[in-house]
Design a protein around this ligand. Structure first.
Ligand SMILES: Nc1nc2c(ncn2[C@@H]2O[C@H](COP(=O)(O)OP(=O)(O)OP(=O)(O)O)[C@@H](O)[C@H]2O)c(=O)[nH]1
Ligand SMILES: [Mg+2]
Length: 209
């Protein structure tokens, strides 16, 4: 399994002209404000405070690039769905994300985070539609799994499996993984899935030649 030996903040991007010059495979972290993107990124990299995680939702306004093992990027996308954000900013977010997904950079996999206690929001569903449309493989990560009793959690995973059966079988959804930053559960399966996404990205590249 991939071992993360180094992970460093590289840069924040508010404008696509500022994207890093070096093209490396990317793992995207997508989800609404406060869902646990930064916490997951920190947990996977084994660095407690690499990405700023806070209890103030909507803090991350830029696309944050982290370079891992000098080999690939973790990309923390700005959270959406924060009620207090002005309309103009919301439109800016949509344009930034959609342009970002269309760049043609090698995205190994996107992690679409949803709170395990909740139903996907309309913006989560819109994001998933975009991922399907641009044919970006993704995992649904059900966060804060420690906040649900085990039986409720497995019921919820079952409900997600059923609801997104089509995306799982015919679309780009590669799996549904419950995760808790508190217990660390889900970390190993996520790392394995990220690793196999690298193999698939290589394969796609070869086929494209
Ligand atoms: N109990 C529990 N709390 C969590 C978990 N993951 C995140 N949190 C908490 O949820 C809050 C938000 O987490 P962040 O990682 O900052 O969320 P984010 O998605 O990066 O938020 P933005 O950057 O604002 O979009 C923090 O207070 C975290 O400690 C989890 O698995 N379990
Ligand atoms: Mg964050």
């Amino acid at each position: 399994m991939i071992k993360i030996s180094t992970a460093e903040f590289l840069q924040g991007v508010a404008d696509l002209r500022q994207l890093p010059k070096r093209e490396l495979r990317e793992i995207l972290f997508i989800g609404r404000s406060n869902v646990g993107k930064s916490s997951l990124l920190n947990k996977l990299s084994g660095r407690k405070s690499l990405a700023r995680s806070s209890s103030t939702p909507g803090k991350t306004r830029e696309i944050n690039y982290y370079i891992v093992n000098d080999e690939f990027y973790f990309v923390d996308l700005p959270g959406y769905g924060y009620a207090k954000v002005p309309e103009q900013m919301r439109a800016g977010w949509k344009k930034l994300i959609e342009d970002f997904l269309q760049r043609g950079q090698p995205i190994a996999i996107a992690l679409q985070l949803i709170d395990s206690r909740q139903e996907p929001t309309p913006l989560d569903l819109m994001m998933m539609d975009w991922l399907e449309y641009y044919e970006i493989p993704y995992l649904l990560v059900l966060t804060k799994a420690d906040k649900l009793p085990v039986s409720k959690l497995s019921k919820q995973v079952g409900a997600y499996e059923k609801r997104f059966e089509f995306q799982r079988n015919e679309g780009c959804c590669k799996g549904i993984v419950p995760f808790s930053v508190v217990s660390g559960s889900g970390k190993t399966s996520l790392m394995k899935m990220i690793e196999s996404s690298f193999v698939d990205t290589k394969r796609q590249k070869k086929e494209a030649v």
